[in-house]
Design a protein around this ligand. Structure first.
Ligand SMILES: NC(=O)c1ccc[n+]([C@@H]2O[C@H](COP(=O)([O-])OP(=O)(O)OC[C@H]3O[C@@H](n4cnc5c(N)ncnc54)[C@H](OP(=O)(O)O)[C@@H]3O)[C@@H](O)[C@H]2O)c1
Length: 276
């Protein structure tokens, strides 16, 4: 695999492909997935304190044989820590579980109302301390990004959002691009929802690729980084094999039309009912 990278607004280089590890909590499951991913050329791992597997991710990183400087590790601050204002404490605990002395990208997992502006100010301090190389956000809509900009000059390096052919968040993507915020697609496979779509399957046959590779490549060609999750060795390899072909413009337009604002990942219970 010839994985490509992008420079963030912090001048840090981030791989466009990463391994998502949400729900990889079985015995040695995440460690083994990281070893397979490292062999397949992945250099970015996306975890979160809420995934309850940072310690396993830490073991996987330690075992995978890739020098730390060549890896890009993302983790996220969860909602309860934001409500408690325990930002530095949560960050320190993540570092400890991951057995690392710095994080490449630290994200606000969700824009908790009444909290996320303060969380951002604390993340800026962590960034200035050098213990995190880039800071960003996740699940932020335009209104959240505008609120952030009204209190801070530091622009998020990344906005990690659900993004795939069934939820093409075009307006948000264009807004982020205009502000120099790199969009990173979570649930880029929509957890399988579009993999049997007729148009996706026709295009998979046309390009000699899998439906998953078509969806991931579509996102890449939109300028969006992807973090598909798999713990299956064959799927880890095939999900990474997306840098050797190009979807033609006409076919990109067919995929654009599949949008149905389909949300595959749920809103956390503690944010349901709030205008997060
Ligand atoms: N910031 C946020 O709020 C947020 C929310 C959700 C997710 N995320 C991050 O984004 C990552 C990816 O999202 P996700 O895990 O929700 O969903 P996803 O990557 O869209 O889909 C993962 C599911 O698809 C299966 N799969 C993987 N490759 C496949 C393939 N080639 N063909 C068919 N099925 C395949 C996986 O099973 P196998 O493992 O068996 O292959 C798994 O069940 C997460 O792991 C997490 O790191 C972030």
């Amino acid at each position: 695999m010839n994985s490509k990278t992008v420079f963030l607004n912090t001048d840090e280089e981030m791989p466009l492909l990463g391994l998502g590890v949400y729900k990889a909590v079985g015995e040695n499951e995440v460690e083994t997935a990281i070893l397979h991913a490292a062999d397949a050329g992945y250099r970015l791992i996306d975890t979160a304190s809420a995934y309850a597997n940072e310690d396993g991710v830490g073991r996987g990183i330690a075992q995978c044989g890739i020098p730390r400087k060549d890896l890009f590790i993302t983790t996220k601050i969860w909602n309860n820590a934001q409500r408690l204002g325990d930002i530095t404490g949560a960050f320190n605990r993540s570092l400890e579980r991951l057995q690392l002395d710095y994080i490449d990208l630290y994200l606000i997992h969700w824009p908790v109302p009444g909290c996320f502006l303060n969380t951002w100010k604390e993340l800026v301090k962590l960034y200035e301390s050098g213990r995190v190389r880039s800071i960003g956000v996740s699940n932020f809509e335009i209104r959240h990004l505008e609120e952030l900009a009204s209190v801070s000059d530091v622009v998020p390096a990344v906005n990690q959002i659900e993004f795939h052919p069934y939820w093409y968040q075009k307006e948000l993507l264009e807004y982020c691009k205009s502000k120099g915020i790199q969009v990173q697609a979570y649930a880029p496979l929509a957890r399988g929802a579009y993999l049997d779509n007729d148009i996706i399957c026709v295009l998979a046959t046309k390009y000699g690729k899998t439906p998953a590779q078509i969806g991931l490549r579509w996102a890449l060609q939109k300028g969006v980084a992807v973090i598909p999750k798999s713990t299956n060795p064959q799927r880890i390899v095939s999900n990474g094999d997306i840098f050797d072909f190009e979807i033609e413009e006409e076919d990109m337009a067919y995929i654009d039309q599949l949008n149905q604002n389909f949300r595959s990942a749920g809103i956390p219970e503690d944010l349901q009912g709030t205008a997060f």
